[in-house]
Each structure stands twice: as C-alpha cells, then as structure tokens.
Design a protein around this ligand. Structure first.
Ligand code: GRF
Length: 200
C-alpha cells in the first residue's frame, strides 16, 4: 500500500504528533510522516520524532524578519521533505494567506473546541465560563482565517461538575488523539479519490 508522505508542524509537547506517529505505524494506515518541523528549540515533540526516527527540522521565528520569509522557508522545507500533506499539531504560529493557498485542501489543523465555538487560545477556560454542557475538539482544513475552514471531524466530551480547565482539557486531549489520525486518513482518501477522478 502506498503511504502518503506527511509533514507534521509542532511547537510544543507533541502528544498529537505521537498519536499520528502511532497511527502511521500500522501497515494499513495510508500515511507516513516524512518530516517534523518545529519553530521552538526546546519542544518535547522533537524528542518524540527523534525516538521514532523521523527527520526533524527547526525553523526559528527569530531568524526571519517577516511572516512571508518565515513561511517561504517553511514551504521549502516541506517540499524538500517530499511531503504532500501537512498536519498542524499544536503549531503556535499564524500562517500567511499565500502559504495557506499553496497547501489548500492538503493541510489540516486540530483545535481544542467544537468549532465554530471558542476559536483562539484558552478554549477550556472559555467553555467553562460559558457553561456549555458539551465541549470537544475539531479537525478542519486550514484556510487563511484562523480556526476556520471546512470541518473534517469533531469529537465531543461532557463537561462535568467540578471540572477545571485542566481536567476538561485532559478529557478533550484524549479525544484529540483518537480523532486526528482518523481525520488525516479521511483527508488523504478524499484527495486521492478526487485525484484519480480527475486523472480519468
Ligand atoms: C492541542 O490541544 C491542540 O488541539 C492545539 O494545541 C494542543 C497541542 O498539544 N492546537 P500537543 O502539542 O499535541 O500535545
């Protein structure tokens, strides 16, 4: 089975990266991570990638004066790795519309809320403050506007009495790890099907 080459972009702990690494280990999973790109030297996710023997690249914010220059370097690094799809997995940086356009319908993000509710940061605090009874996570295609774009998959969790942002966040994160590999598979199969139709 041909596995689609994937780039995973991270900035931190990389627990979603780990979920993707674990999923890709299955012979029948249609993806293989060919590079992990990170914008923070100290990110623990880099260690996860090294352990899995996946090549890593660090592209530091401070080495570029403009967002366009940073994104150009990012684009080149992804292309050089051979990746055809991109997963943002806790990549804490806004991407320029030009970069996003280059990866349109090939780049997905995971966000810790049921979009369109609670975009941006501090989603668990906001969910508790709003008093919602159900919270969760979303995997969506990346478009120029932050935390928007067509939804591929969502997973719900209950908000329980006495929840703190930490307990709620941990419950959501567990779901993220299940849903992200499934959504990645869905993107690849959707794109591959569309491509073979257009090749006919
Ligand atoms: C996750 O909650 C994800 O939804 C958000 O950033 C966090 C990354 O966590 N975009 P990790 O680095 O994958 O552990």
């Amino acid at each position: 089975m041909k596995k689609a080459p994937i780039a995973v972009l991270i900035s931190g702990n990389g627990s979603n990266l780990q979920a993707l690494i674990d999923a890709c280990a299955a012979p029948d999973f249609p993806a293989k991570i060919v590079t992990v790109i990170c914008n923070k030297d100290e990110a623990f996710g880099l260690k996860r990638a090294e352990k899995a023997e996946i090549p890593t690249q660090i592209i530091r914010n401070k080495d570029y004066t403009t967002r366009e220059e940073f994104d150009e370097a990012l684009h080149k690094a992804i292309v050089a790795s051979g990746a055809e799809f991109v997963c943002l997995a806790g990549f804490m940086r806004l991407l320029t519309p030009g970069f996003v356009a280059k990866w349109q319908s090939r780049m997905i993000n995971i966000h810790p809320s049921l979009l369109p509710a609670f975009k941006g940061m501090h989603t668990h605090e906001e969910a508790l403050a709003a008093g919602v009874k159900t919270h969760g996570c979303t995997v969506h295609y990346v478009v120029a506007e932050m935390d928007s774009g067509p939804i591929i998959m969502q997973a719900e969790v209950p908000v329980l009495a006495g929840d703190t942002p930490e307990t709620l966040g941990a419950r959501v994160l567990e779901k993220e790890h299940k849903v992200y590999p499934q959504a990645l598979k869905k993107m690849i199969l959707t794109k591959t099907a569309a491509q073979s139709l257009s090749d006919e």
